[in-house]
Design a protein around this ligand. Structure first.
Ligand SMILES: Cc1ncc(COP(=O)(O)O)c(C=O)c1O
Length: 428
């Protein structure tokens, strides 16, 4: 079926389902298998040399994972998707497929703490330099690009500050320098709130653990290939010249516009092995069926909680992209549907002790490090997600000691507001 003609909520349910009539099963099948029987030795050889598509081994491919990948590619409008074990591994596989020793990528400073660590420490140990721009502006990003740059990287909404970079001019800068624009779209809810492919992105990475799963029940990451970047421009020899580790295969010849995502599977998953469990892919597919409904509820609850907090005498500052005083109010309106997000930040009056007392007094909202869950989550980034960052990186990422990140869940928001009210009674 051509899913591109269907609207988002229809695609999130139907894309990737097996429509063959043999079983009549309504749900996606879970294939708990590590390996697959080959029909003949010739058949096995054809699969191994990639001249015939098919299942070899679940580290590379699994029918449940393929169904989920098809659904994600249909939601984003990409040429292909690859499911991996976590959001972090989606970033690792993407960057290592494109960037080699002594080359670099240029990134915005508004990044999730784990991404900072991967960029600043682990990738540097591999000889890949990650240059963090002074701000997320296209001009500051361009200042750090040189002949060895192989990608530009941003989050479509930065975790935790909810900064929304101006995607279009950044895409233009990346393309002017012949490199792809990679966007971590975890906050964009699989394209429902924001689809970076509409604004010039070439590759999307997404922590499926969050809104895609939606219920905090599984880890996962997904890479989506927009299929529009010219990999034969002379900068990406790993895609446009023979790959020794794959019998001299040239990805751009063998896979055309899907060269990058094929390389992520046959190189990244094969060598690093961070594949998802088919059971988790099933949970992702199930979560996706209600994605748009969940996100609409969460966005509305976020607005309600933001208004309540703004009027509260014990609150110092509410940082919410739906309010005009947020630095990304205009870019959020442009790039995010409904102009807002399902996450807000708040700083209470007082100090770090006041903040800790408030968090520990909450009874309904969960003190966890999570976003996009059906349970409302309150996180203290300075002591959790961003704890390993240096003072300078904390400042660049906008994380203050009293900042709380709140990700609204699916409860009746009035109950969450009541919970906050009783927690406020524990702080002066
Ligand atoms: C924006 C962003 N990218 C990547 C990740 C990493 O994803 P995972 O925890 O699934 O590895 C996270 C996790 O919170 C995130 O918020």
């Amino acid at each position: 079926m051509d899913y591109s003609k269907l609207r988002f909520s229809t695609r999130q349910i139907h894309a990737g389902l097996d429509h063959t009539p043999e079983t009549g099963a309504r749900g996606a099948a879970i294939y708990p298998t590590a390996a697959y029987r080959f029909k003949t030795c010739d058949h096995a050889a054809r699969l191994f040399e990639l001249s015939e598509a098919g299942n070899i081994y679940t580290r590379l491919q699994n029918p449940t994972n393929s169904a989920y990948e098809e659904r994600i590619a249909a939601l984003y409008g990409g040429v292909g998707a690859l499911a991996v074990a976590s959001g972090m591994s989606s970033i690792l596989i993407t960057v290592t497929a494109l960037v080699e020793k002594r080359q670099n990528i240029v990134a915005s400073p508004f990044l999730y703490g784990g991404t900072y660590n991967q960029f600043r420490h682990s990738l540097r140990k591999l000889g890949i330099d990650v240059r963090i721009a002074a701000t997320e502006s296209a001009a500051d990003i361009e200042k750090l690009i040189d002949d060895n740059t192989r990608a530009v990287y941003v989050e479509s909404m930065g975790n935790p500050t909810c900064n929304v970079p101006d995607l279009e001019p950044i895409a233009a800068v990346a393309h002017r320098h012949g490199v792809p624009f990679i966007v971590d779209n975890t906050f964009g809810a699989a394209g429902y709130l924001c689809n970076p492919f509409d604004w010039g992105a070439d590759i999307i990475v997404d922590s499926a653990t969050k809104w895609i799963n939606g219920h905090g029940t599984a880890m996962g990451g997904i890479i989506v290939d927009g299929g529009r970047f010219d990999w034969a421009n002379g900068k990406f020899l790993q895609l446009s010249t023979p790959d020794e580790s794959y019998h001299g295969l040239v990805y751009t010849d063998a896979f055309g516009p899907a060269a990058f995502i094929a390389k992520c599977r046959t190189g990244g998953l094969r060598d690093f092995g961070c594949c998802p469990s088919p059971f988790d892919s099933y949970l992702m597919m199930l979560g996706l069926e209600t994605l748009s409904l969940r996100v609409r509820h969460e966005v509305e609850s976020t607005r309600r909680l933001a208004e309540y907090l703004k009027a509260h005498p014990k609150v110092k500052k509410v940082s919410y992209v739906g309010f005009e005083d947020h630095p990304s109010h205009e870019t959020a309106k442009k790039y995010y549907r409904f102009g807002a997000s399902a996450v807000l930040n708040v700083e209470l009056k007082g100090n770090i002790d006041t903040t800790v007392r408030f968090v520990e007094a909450l009874e309904l909202a969960a003190h966890m490090t999570m976003i996009g869950d059906s349970i409302t989550v309150v996180t203290h980034p300075a002591s959790t997600t961003h704890k390993q960052l240096s003072e300078a990186d904390l400042e660049a990422a906008g994380v203050t000691p009293t900042l709380l990140r709140i990700s609204l869940g699916l409860e009746d928001v009035e109950d969450i507001i009541d919970d906050f009210e009783q927690a406020f009674s524990h702080v002066e």
